[in-house]
Design a protein around this ligand. Structure first.
Ligand code: SF4
Length: 73
C-alpha cells in the first residue's frame, strides 16, 4: 500500500478509518506505516481507506510474492 504524497491533501480520512495503517505528519499529510505492508486481517481496512480517499492518493499492490499465485488456477 502506498500513499502518493503529491496527491494527498491531508484530509486524514484514511487515518480515521485505519489508524493501524497510516500515520500523519506534522502538516497533516498521511503516509503508510510499516513500509506499506498491510498486516493480515487489515486488508479490508486498507481497501476501505483507498475507497474513501477523495484524492485517489492511496494505491494497493497485491502480493509481494507473485510466484505463489501464478501457478495453478
Ligand atoms: S484520505 Fe487520501 S488525501 Fe486524505 S490524508 Fe489520506 S491519503 Fe491523504
Amino acid at each position: 500500500m502506498h500513499v502518493d504524497r503529491d496527491k494527498c491533501q491531508g484530509h486524514n480520512r484514511c487515518y480515521a478509518l485505519a489508524p493501524e495503517l497510516f500515520e500523519i505528519d506534522e502538516y497533516g499529510y498521511s503516509f503508510e506505516v510499516n513500509d506499506g505492508l498491510v498486516p493480515d486481517g487489515l486488508e479490508e481496512k486498507a481497501r476501505l481507506a483507498v475507497a474513501n480517499c477523495p484524492e485517489y492518493a492511496i494505491s494497493i499492490s497485491e502480493g509481494g510474492d507473485d510466484r505463489a499465485s501464478s501457478s495453478g488456477q
